[in-house]
Design a protein around this ligand. Structure first.
Ligand code: ADP
Ligand code: ZN
Length: 721
């Protein structure tokens, strides 16, 4: 091959052809450095027929500069990249960039300097130095990390280096990970778990594409069960990918994994340091990383011998990326399994309707774990009708829920209150003039956070300090909080039960692995009586003393324009209910609602999951909604309101008229201003027979938009704001 077509990440340019200089060999998938004008760019050699572009005459080709010392991306991954781009109407380059997200990994081996205590006493001792010497026993890391660990400045540590108390150590950045051992500690599975595990083990050994839906009630031991096929893959020397919806869940997962396999898995998430990313990326590409646990982006890593993919809590909405390439990791995971010819397990206690439908139609094989492990029973669920059992004035918890919480406190058991709203109050207004605090960049109220004394926008991150006077009328001390967030509920609990130890659990308070670990530890050792949390506490956690769950406002999720609102409400409440009574003591759930008659609430109260799914399935079938029809959203935005409106109108005005496609809009988006951009939406609702991506590409491809206009396509959208 003396010429090569290169896919690179500059979205403005198409693929480019280069000459392969004498002595260099490349193949499709090779990661190369090429000249572009005066610059050098990284790209991937691609099959020419799969990446058409205008041919460049031979004599105009510039030579490639070098081939980077990493294994070429395998054909299986290249096909996945193409499929993802095609399906989600994204650029191939944008998807490929996710694969090479760790730029530092592409260069050859290298080392770095870390420091550790040498045992030498510094000549001069200061209080700061003493603190550091004490805190750094047994630690080894970079100066910056050590400074963080010891809570001293980097200057203090540099002083210790100069005095010889800290010594440098050269470490191989790419040092191998500890080996997981398939048979380290094998648990005794119950009969249902054994049946499922055997089926999955057989599928791993079969090494063919096989999608499974593992449908097991909360507490049935899905993790223990899928650890068995995972062990089978390890014995075969194959890699395993476990996708989790949230980093907050990895902590508990890591511990269980270590107990079972004797070593930690390889982690992948956005919070990794550059050196950790690099180490993981290279180990994944070389095959030395055995098991990778990560957020959705772990899906696009260059595994060299994948044997199994598990998507845990597969129903979770966070698997859908909300910007950039708007892919759903659950669905792309299944496609990766298809290209790699391996089994994929989607595990959930509340599967998405789409997944259940795939099982129903025989495309996914369904495996069931119908009972909780170890004889624990599912909790009893009761409704608190807030129109009859009213909380006291200015309060949010009904008397019955309060009584139950007091009983738990007396018995030394734990309660969990669930409200999916961060902060203290969702709206702050002036009692005098009615002024409402709004985000300057978004059409959204500012949410008061009392713990951090801020008003903040949950859409763009804008923050300000609550003023003493109303910014509009100038009246002092006139601001009132409207509605509850978790912090306000926590305050209410503190007033009702002053002796209770309360933990507020949200992405604001649990924002690092250390804090998550500390929370889990406190909850497990009984140092917390009441947990007040957002959706972060609805899944994954296993606290045996937790026997009461209170859903503060079950109606919250049913408001607004979310077309999956009923399903999402069902899933959230079923999941959070699943935290109760997981140990020896039975659990109880109280759901506060103003609409006990709503089908989703009634189904939850009756514990009748099938009834809910049947009703929701019928409603979706009737509406031609997924999984019976397809949705795609088109979001038009610009910093200029008129320009956005005009572009949306142009799109609407050229809509194709097809028998199997209905197009709604354009209409101002519910969030009509977001991060300073005015937004309009269209919703495409197509029959399954329609080639919806082709239709949209063709439709939008014929239009030209001013520079400032962005037109984003969201296939299978989960967000409707
Ligand atoms: P799920 O994910 O299905 O809600 P978990 O995997 O969290 O359930 O399991 C619930 C609890 O039961 C966990 O503490 C888990 O360690 C325990 N468990 C499940 N299966 C077994 C088993 N076969 N042997 C020992 N403990 C088990
Ligand atoms: Zn904002």
């Amino acid at each position: 091959m003396n010429r090569a077509r290169i896919l690179h990440f500059n979205a403005a340019l198409g693929p480019l052809d280069y000459r392969v200089p004498d002595g260099m060999t490349v193949e499709p998938g090779s990661v190369v450095v090429a000249p572009l004008g005066p610059r050098q760019i990284v790209g991937i050699v691609w099959e020419e027929d799969r990446l058409p572009t205008d041919p460049v005459p031979e004599h105009k080709l510039r030579p490639l500069i070098e081939v980077l010392p990493v294994p070429p991306l395998r054909a299986e991954l290249r096909r996945l990249i193409e499929w993802t781009a095609d399906y989600y109407c994204a650029r191939v380059a944008a998807v490929a960039r996710m694969v090479l997200s760790s730029g530092g990994a592409l260069r050859g081996p290298s080392t770095m300097i870390e420091y550790r205590l040498s045992g030498v006493e510094p000549e001069r001792m200061t209080p700061q130095r003493a603190v550091a010497l004490d805190a750094l026993q047994g630690e080894q890391a970079s100066i910056r990390e050590l400074a963080e660990l010891a809570s001293v400045s980097e200057g203090v540590l540099r002083g210790l280096v100069n005095s010889g108390a800290l010594e440098p150590v050269e470490v191989d950045i790419d040092r191998p990970y500890p080996r997981a051992r398939a048979d380290f500690m094998q648990p005794e599975l119950n009969a249902d778990q054994r049946t499922v595990a055997d089926r999955l083990e057989a599928a791993v050994k079969d090494a063919k594409f096989a999608p499974f839906l593992l449908d097991g009630v909360t507490g049935s031991g899905k993790t223990e069960t899928y650890f068995e096929p995972l062990a089978a893959a390890l014995r075969m020397g194959r890699q395993v990918l476990v996708l989790l919806p949230e980093i907050a869940l990895t902590e508990a997962f890591l511990r269980r994994f270590e107990d079972r396999f004797g070593a930690a898995p390889v982690l992948w998430h956005s919070g990794l340091k550059a050196t950790e990313r690099r180490r993981a990326w290279r180990a994944i590409a070389s095959g030395s990383a055995q098991v990778v646990v990560g957020a959705r982006s772990a899906l696009f890593l260059p595994y060299c011998k994948l044997g199994l993919i598990v998507v845990d809590e597969a129903h979770e909405v966070s698997f859908k990326q909300a910007d950039g390439v708007r892919y759903n990791a659950r669905d792309v995971a299944v496609m990766r399994g298809h290209f790699e010819q391996i089994p994929v397990v989607l595990a959930s206690a509340t599967p998405a309707l789409e997944s259940l439908q795939m099982a129903e139609s025989g495309i996914y094989e369904k495996l069931d774990l119908p009972g909780r492990f170890g004889g624990a029973t599912l909790p009893a669920i009761a409704i608190v009708n807030l129109t009859e059992e009213k909380p006291e004035r200015g309060r949010w918890l009904a008397p019955r829920l309060v009584e139950e919480m007091k009983t738990r406190l007396e018995r030394g058991e734990q309660s969990l209150l669930f409200l999916n709203r961060r902060g203290y109050a969702p709206l702050t207004l002036c009692r005098n003039c009615g002024f409402r605090f709004q985000c300057p960049n978004c059409s959204a109220w500012l949410v008061e956070h009392r713990l951090s004394r801020r008003l903040s926008c949950h859409h763009c991150g804008h923050e300000t300090q609550p003023p003493d006077n109303c910014p509009d009328c100038g009246e002092p001390d006139c601001l009132v909080a409207c509605g509850p967030g978790v912090e306000r509920i926590a305050d209410e609990v503190a007033e009702i039960m002053p002796e209770a130890r309360i933990a507020v659990v949200t992405s604001d308070t649990l924002n690092s692995p250390d804090k998550i670990a500390a929370f889990v530890n406190q909850a497990e050792t009984g140092a917390i009586d009441v947990i007040v949390g957002t959706q972060l506490v609805t899944k994954g956690f296993h606290f045996p003393e937790l026997t009461l769950v209170g859903v503060v406002d079950a109606d919250l999720g049913l408001e607004g324009g979310d077309l999956r609102a009923a399903e999402r409400t069902y899933q959230q409440i079923a999941q959070v209910s699943g935290r109760a009574g997981r140990g020896a003591k039975p659990g109880e759930v109280l759901i506060q609602t103003r609409h006990p008659e709503a089908p989703v609430i009634a189904a939850l109260a009756a514990g009748d999951r099938d009834a809910f799914y049947e009703a929701e399935t019928e409603a979706r079938r009737h509406a031609g909604a997924p999984p019976f029809g397809r949705w795609a959203a088109i979001i038009v935005s610009s910093e200029d309101e008129a320009e956005a409106k005009e572009a949306a109108r142009a799109i609407g005005g050229t809509r194709p008229s097809l028998p199997d496609v209905a197009i709604l809009g354009p209409a101002p988006a519910p969030l009509s201003l977001l991060r300073g951009r005015y937004r309009y939406r269209l919703l495409v609702n197509a029959r399954r027979s329609a080639q919806v991506q082709d239709i949209i590409r063709d439709w939008l491809g014929r239009l030209d938009f001013p520079q400032g206009v962005r037109v984003n396509v969201d296939i299978d959208p989960y967000s409707f704001v």
